[in-house]
Design a protein around this ligand. Structure first.
Ligand code: HAM
Length: 425
């Protein structure tokens, strides 16, 4: 059998790649407007980074990591997310000595061994931002407003921004006790995963998707019920700021997120139309993470957006723009001599900034014109022996079917004029 791509991965082919580029360009524009700079970190890291950073009790670390020993017997993991890696880079490269806060963004592939389904892949792509070195609620509001702006720029509607506060270690300890008190007498009624969570991380039971667990925990104490004064005022101020920025949000006390590093603000953006995997974006504050992985105590907040899911939302809401093919002119050369001339002309056109191509298969006039038409090329420049002898070429407008003779030494300037008009039109 022929070799196929690994399960849960995708080939992004021409025709689709333009959609990715459009999304990436829009992201880069918005990030520039907000003053975020790009960071690129390795595709793989020491396994310990994610064990310590993301947390030993999480599904990501327990079940989903691509971990292997390299030839030097080091345990290596393909990055399942980038927050821990960005914090590592911040500490390792002493970015804490830069003017604070440091505002970073990234776009790239992540790897999780999950059960593939619509909207869930083993290699998927995230756009994320991380702000390090600032702890005020205004930072949380800026981060959420950046997501909001991006979705508006993409033309998306009907998005639900859910926010919560998961508290700090102080209020969390109190919440854990109260939650265990509530859950313990009925622990046998929980699903098997939640029984496991009861021992390791009971808070996560609150966002179990199993309907019977949801019903059972409906009256359970939430972190919001138990916030300490500092966490409470942080959350209240965040909401005031979001209102001021016109961000429509909903407080969801059961939103706890699946990664261990969150403190205070946690949020997700959901788009129901894209199916069961409706979380298009998730994030929150992680004030203890940089210190956890060996750096100086540094507050941090960020989010990551699933690019496949964002593209699905753009498609389902019919917001994807039409893309023009890059080809503008095609040299249709007939005969060996004309081909040599054509080869020089195609270089001259490209040098003048006009996207141009030349037949590479030695096809007939008819076949070359057909190919040009199929590729959506606007102009064919026909070069035959007869035209060459006259120092002329035929320039055919393939959209309207009209043609004119152009002196060979005028070809570049004529096409450049037409291309200029096309660009500005
Ligand atoms: P996360 O919730 O694990 O958070 O992932 C963020 C987003 O990535 C999800 O909302 C979803 O859109 C997308 N995503 C996750 N797993 C998959 C998958 N298997 N296939 C397709 N898309 C997926 C984080 O990764 C945190 N690092 C976010 C963060 C940044 N928190 C603070 N800063």
């Amino acid at each position: 059998m022929s070799i196929q791509r690994p399960k849960g991965t995708q080939d992004i082919l021409p025709g689709t790649v333009e959609k990715w580029q459009y999304l990436e360009d829009t992201i880069r524009t918005v990030c520039r407007e907000y003053g975020y700079e790009e960071i690129r970190t390795p595709m793989f890291e020491a396994t310990e980074l994610f064990q310590r950073g993301v947390g030993e009790t999480t599904d990501i670390v327990n079940k989903e990591m691509y971990t292997f020993l390299d030839k030097g017997e080091r345990s290596i993991t393909l990055r399942p997310e980038l927050t821990a890696a960005v914090c590592r880079a911040y500490a390792e490269n002493k970015l804490y000595a830069w003017p604070q806060p440091v505002k970073l963004y990234y776009i790239g592939p992540m790897f999780r061994y999950e059960r593939p389904q619509a909207g869930r892949f083993r290699q998927f792509h995230q756009f994320g931002i991380e702000v390090l070195g600032a702890d005020k609620p205004v930072v949380d509001a800026e981060v959420i407003s950046l997501v909001w702006t991006l979705y508006q720029r993409l033309g998306l509607t009907g998005l639900e921004v859910h926010i919560n506060s998961v508290g700090c270690p102080t209020c969390r300890a109190e919440h854990k006790d109260k939650l265990l008190e509530f859950l313990k007498p009925h622990s046998h009624e929980l699903c098997r995963d939640c029984q496991d969570r009861l021992e390791r991380n009971p808070m996560r039971i609150l966002d179990c998707k199993n309907p019977s667990c949801q019903a059972f925990t409906a009256g359970a104490p939430t972190t919001l019920d138990m916030l300490c004064p500092e966490c409470k005022s942080h959350f209240e101020e965040l909401q005031e700021l979001l209102k001021a920025a016109g961000v429509v949000y909903k407080v969801d006390p059961r939103l706890v997120r699946g990664l261990d590093y969150y403190r205070k603000t946690a949020f997700e953006v959901l788009v129901e139309e894209i199916g069961a995997q409706s979380a298009i974006c998730g994030g929150g504050r992680y004030d203890g993470l940089v210190a956890e992985i060996g750096g100086p105590p540094t507050p941090g907040i960020g989010f990551a957006m699933g690019m496949e899911r964002a593209l699905a939302a753009i498609e389902v809401q019919n917001k994807m723009p039409e893309f023009e093919k890059a080809g503008y002119a095609m040299i249709v050369a007939l005969g060996q001599q004309a081909q040599r001339h054509g080869f020089a002309w195609v270089s001259a056109l490209r040098k003048a900034g006009i996207p141009a191509s030349i037949d590479l298969l030695g096809r007939s006039l008819k076949a070359q014109l057909k190919a040009a038409d199929r590729e959506g090329v606007k102009y064919a420049l026909i070069l035959g022996e007869e035209e060459l002898n006259k120092g002329m070429a035929i320039l055919r407008d393939l959209r309207v079917g009209e043609q004119e003779e152009v002196a060979l030494n005028q070809v570049v300037s004529v096409l450049k004029d037409k291309f200029g008009e096309g660009v500005n039109a």
